[in-house]
Ligand binder design. Structure first.
Ligand SMILES: CC(C)(COP(=O)(O)OP(=O)(O)OC[C@H]1O[C@@H](n2cnc3c(N)ncnc32)[C@H](O)[C@@H]1OP(=O)(O)O)[C@@H](O)C(=O)NCCC(=O)NCCS
Length: 180
């Protein structure tokens, strides 16, 4: 399992909402998840799974891989999460990346990806990939679009149980971590 430094980062974000429903984004904290976050993570992932954007979450699976999750909280409410899977052989996958709809577009997703890249012990020169409908989002963070065939490990693990297996329309994106 991937090691992650037990750090907590506070991020300060400007509230750029143009509506009256104000979200005060000062005070958002990004940190590693604990078992007490499983229900909130499940609920967040479930919302996007219903829209076909993520694989349906499974509580037993979340229990098993909770150490691979980070979360963002605002006033004690979980507003975002992400997970990093270590396939060994210097191959990692960003998955379960979700930001609650009311907090979208505030760079929280970008901060979660950067947090994963910086705070897990990912060796330099590793391949970090994601399968996504938001390739622009990842490209802005330095990822490149690549062929899904590069990641047979993913196909063995998740694609077999995915309802879209035979007609997968997600884009693979990949970043190679820089030499330090
Ligand atoms: C994808 C998702 C995680 C993005 O989270 P977010 O907090 O809204 O992300 P950000 O605010 O960092 O970026 C969102 C938008 O802000 C803008 N943005 C972000 N960084 C920017 C930058 N540096 N300069 C200009 N615009 C920027 C872009 O419009 C971007 O959307 P785009 O890249 O698709 O065009 C979120 O929308 C989500 O949970 N989606 C549903 C689940 C999902 O699809 N997850 C991804 C599975 S891999």
């Amino acid at each position: 399992m991937t090691d992650m430094k037990n750090t907590e980062t506070s991020v300060s974000l400007l509230n750029n909402s143009s509506t009256d429903s104000k979200i005060t984004l000062d005070g958002i904290s990004i940190k590693r998840a604990s078992k007490s976050d499983i229900d909130s993570i499940f609920n967040l992932l479930h919302l996007y799974a219903e829209k076909g954007l993520l694989l349906p979450p499974n509580r037993a699976d979340l229990h098993q891989r909770i150490d691979t999750f980070i979360i963002a909280k605002l006033a004690d409410k979980l507003i975002a999460c992400a997970s990093l899977r270590n396939f060994e052989n210097n191959l990692f996958e960003i998955r379960s990346l979700s930001v609650s709809a009311e907090c979208a577009g505030k760079r929280i997703g970008s901060k979660l990806v950067n947090y994963l890249l910086k705070n897990f012990n990912i060796p330099s020169g590793s391949r970090v990939f994601a399968l996504t409908y938001r390739s622009n989002f990842f490209q802005r963070l330095g990822f490149k679009c690549v062929s899904k065939e590069l990641f047979p490990e993913k196909i063995w693990n998740d694609c077999d149980i995915c309802p879209k297996k035979e007609h997968c329309d997600e884009q693979a994106v990949m970043l190679i971590t820089p030499q330090t």
